[in-house]
Design a protein around this ligand. Structure first.
Ligand code: SF4
Ligand code: ZN
Length: 433
């Protein structure tokens, strides 16, 4: 049994032969693709997914002969599957993997090593863009700004900026991303109910360049259900990171995805029907952006990239400039720094141990308060209870891996507390022994 944690969801896959034969061959079936009546063996399932991607690429004319294609890799199952399928379908394609290290706590480095393993396995060249090197910032720094509750939106701005930048630097004709059916539909529903028809129009599987020098953006997996992609990644043994972005875990955006999966219980073709209505009926009514806005682009006064901004400073540079005014952007202290700080300021510090209760009872930092690890998923009202008397203090958290404690820190920062993660807690725990 293998599992991959994705966003706030956990997918589990038990490889267990079904009682039926494969619908296409003599092998025993092991799974059924979502929304279909087929029973498939491993090989036929992989081919089934690849066929769907091939049809999407052909129908929407995503690539032309000789195109240089960049695939944005996140370290997760979706972009890994996309790269694997593209490489399999078009072995001689001029393709490059691109990874944007966003400087997100423990997550970005895990993701980067998964992407490195993936590109090695698939023999695809990899181009890494490091946000700290390029801009001197991390996505996590935005918890110190008014965007603290909209980190994903800032992250989206920065990712889109580097999509364009990478396309230029690498001379790409096409940029491919791993957005799948569940992404398309959940975003569609959310935008529809917000009345954001401009953004809805951008959900097309192919977005032509908005100005000269920009690459075409394509989503070859847009009609594949997320669960099928997960199964593809597991069955193909693709290296994917096993943890998820802390900001994704703290953002309750999964509402529409759960609703779609609820609807699937009543009608197994529901997602495909919704996609078909969106593509055939709604999209043709929405204005296409590129023709109207072509002439409105000017070079950004800060970075030189084209922008439609009236202020002549692109939205990425405006967001990044918010961080220049913040001097102390520390969210973590090493065990050594913490101990030094604690020895001089122990009356200002409260320490929280977010490991399992048994671990805490076996030995913890003197004066550390135990916090139930599951508290991280509680509603704000309950979440705040153990901390509300410590608004004036510096709150320090630790756990074994530094992952859960970092989540506590981010959430409390967003709620206005001065919280820090203890970065290499094993050293602190050694002192406890
Ligand atoms: Fe960026 Fe949000 Fe995705 Fe994290 S979950 S990588 S912050 S968009
Ligand atoms: Zn700019």
């Amino acid at each position: 049994m293998k599992y991959v944690k994705c966003g706030a969801e956990v997918f589990e896959f038990k490889l267990k032969p079904l009682s039926k034969k494969c619908s296409y061959c003599e092998e025993r079936a092991i799974l059924r693709p979502e929304g279909s009546s087929l029973y498939l063996c491993k090989d036929c399932f992989l081919k089934f997914c690849e066929r769907r991607v091939k049809e999407n690429i052909a129908k929407h004319r995503m690539f032309s002969d000789g195109d240089r294609v960049g695939v944005f890799l996140s370290g997760g199952k979706d972009s890994a599957t996309l790269l694997a399928i593209l490489k399999k379908l078009f072995p001689s394609i001029d393709i490059v993997g691109i990874f944007l290290n966003l400087g997100i706590g423990y997550y970005s480095n895990y993701a980067q090593s998964a992407v490195e393993d993936l590109c090695k396995k698939l023999e695809v060249p990899l181009h890494i863009i490091d946000l700290v090197e390029r801009e001197g910032i991390r996505i996590d720094d935005f918890v110190f700004t008014s965007f603290k509750n909209k980190i994903c939106s800032v992250c989206g701005v920065i990712k889109r900026y580097y999509f364009t930048k990478a396309a230029k630097e690498l001379n790409l004709d096409v940029i491919a991303t791993g957005h799948h059916l569940d992404d398309t539909l959940s975003t569609m529903l959310s935008l529809f109910f917000n009345g954001d028809f401009i953004s809805l129009s951008r959900l097309r599987p192919v977005l032509p360049p908005l100005h000269v020098g920009q690459a075409k953006k394509v989503k070859p997996l847009f009609s594949l259900p997320e669960i099928d992609i997960f199964h593809y990644a597991v069955l193909s043994e693709l290296p994917v990171e096993g943890c998820s972005c802390p900001h994704g875990e703290l953002t309750p955006t999964k509402r529409w995805k759960s609703w779609l999966n609820e609807m699937l219980k009543e009608d197994k073709t529901f997602k495909f029907r919704l996609l078909s209505i969106f593509m055939k009926k709604l999209l043709p009514l929405l204005p296409k952006e590129e023709m109207e806005r072509k002439d409105e682009f000017v070079p950004c006064q800060v970075c030189g990239e084209f922008t439609p901004s009236k202020s002549h400073v692109c939205v990425k540079c405006r967001r990044v400039s918010l961080l220049q005014r913040i001097e102390d952007k520390r969210l973590e202290r090493t065990a050594e720094e913490f101990l030094k700080f604690y020895s001089q300021n122990h009356d200002k510090i409260v320490v929280f141990d977010v490991r399992e209760k048994e671990d805490y009872e076996m030995g913890t930092f003197p004066s550390a308060i135990w916090i139930e690890p599951n508290l991280i998923s509680a509603e704000d009202k309950d979440f705040l209870k153990p901390f509300k008397n410590y608004r004036e203090k510096e709150l320090h958290f630790f756990c074994y891996s530094g992952r859960l404690s970092y989540l506590f820190v981010l959430r409390l920062r967003k709620l206005g507390f001065r919280a820090y993660n203890i970065k290499n807690p094993e050293k602190l725990l050694k002192k406890i022994d």
